[in-house]
Design a protein around this ligand. Structure first.
Ligand SMILES: C[S@@+](CC[C@H](N)C(=O)[O-])C[C@H]1O[C@@H](n2cnc3c(N)ncnc32)[C@H](O)[C@@H]1O
Length: 331
């Protein structure tokens, strides 16, 4: 699958000095610049960073079925992968399907939407009604706590209003006394310009809320997609479906107040008479085969420990995976 390029990431590698080199250094620092794509919405537990890896592991098929769709990263990646003709996105949280539909319809493009700054109070009033407010304005996209602490909120509002509405208050003027007004029309360009200006002053004040909004913009005009609000248990298998599940993991963040019944889910996967692949860390149920493992830094714990993401299968999916890429897998 093609890697889609979007945002620049620098990778530093050390290599041994080549033989015969006149250079005294024992190591050479080589800079690689590559670009990674963010898939889907800003969302806690998003698979954006490893979506391509997972899609590569799965077989191709008529329809990719994303039963715990959350922030849409897997569905988005599947749509762009050309491995499937259609994508079925399912999610129990009722705010997500409308948010995705709006993003696809272009509601969040800067041409249609000049985002007002959302205060802490507005966030708490609207977060359970409006998916945009809930996910783009919450801390770590957890949908629960407001993005900024009280001291920083005023500064963020100042920069936000300068970029979006050409409003320059005392805080902005104190940062940029020589600023004569924008020569740039595009809001994203203004944000990036301001970021550079702040860096020059050794100040790190990001406009995360606009960066999050720009992630919604990349969903515009996606097609070949069915969106459904409901529980995974209501899904009906169709021939040609590739069923992937990314449920809440054992002992990690809760997505609903009721929590998640892992036992019921494992029984459902085990008894399904169709292939099912699912992601998790270590699980308490021993009936499934791991067909792939990948180490990554967890964003869900503060210490950012390295954790191993695994892909489990039921018997039917295991047979398919075994025949697909036997060398790549663990068995
Ligand atoms: C780990 S997140 C999925 C993240 C997603 N793959 C992404 O990349 O953004 C798990 C999701 O399952 C949803 N969920 C919880 N219980 C569910 C159920 N019974 N049926 C469908 N979705 C459910 C949660 O609301 C949450 O969005």
């Amino acid at each position: 699958m093609e890697r889609i390029k979007d945002e620049v990431v620098a990778i530093f590698k050390f290599q041994k000095k080549p033989k015969g080199s006149p250079c005294k250094a024992t190591t050479y620092r080589v800079f690689y610049f590559m670009k990674t794509k963010n898939y889907g919405l800003p969302y806690m537990g998003s698979k954006s960073k490893i979506a391509e890896h997972i899609i590569n592991i799965l077989p191709s098929g008529e329809r990719f079925v994303d039963l715990f769709g959350g922030g849409f990263a897997m569905s988005h990646c599947a749509l762009l992968s050309n491995k499937f003709n259609e994508v079925f996105y399912n999610e129990i949280n009722p705010l997500l399907v409308p948010l995705i539909k709006d993003a696809i319809a272009g509601k969040y493009s800067y041409e249609n939407f000049k985002p007002p700054f959302i205060s802490r109070q507005e966030f708490h009033e609207r977060k359970d009604l409006d998916g945009y407010v809930k996910y783009c304005w919450s801390f770590g996209n957890n949908g629960i706590t407001y993005m900024f602490n009280p001291e920083i909120e005023k500064q963020k509002r100042s920069l936000h209003n300068a970029i979006v509405f050409n409003e320059f208050d005392e805080f902005f003027k104190s940062l940029f006394p020589d600023f004569k007004g924008w020569q740039i029309n595009d809001i994203k360009e203004r944000r990036l310009y301001l970021k550079t200006m702040l860096r020059k002053q050794a100040k790190r004040i990001d406009l995360q809320q606009l960066e999050q909004l720009e992630r919604l913009q990349q969903l515009e005009q996606l097609e070949r997609l069915q969106l459904n609000t409901g529980s995974y248990s209501g899904y009906k298998y169709k021939n040609g479906d590739v069923v992937y599940c990314d449920p809440p993991y054992e002992n990690t963040a809760k997505y609903t107040s009721k929590g998640f019944d892992h036992k019921e889910f494992y029984n459902w996967v085990y008894n399904a008479d169709f292939p099912v692949w699912f992601s998790s860390y270590e699980i308490s149920d021993r009936r499934f085969v791991v067909v792939n493992e990948k180490k990554k830094k967890s964003l869900l714990n503060v210490a950012r420990k390295t954790i191993t993401e695994k892909i489990y299968t039921n018997k039917k999916a295991f047979e398919i995976s075994k025949n697909l890429h036997s060398k790549k897998f663990l068995f």
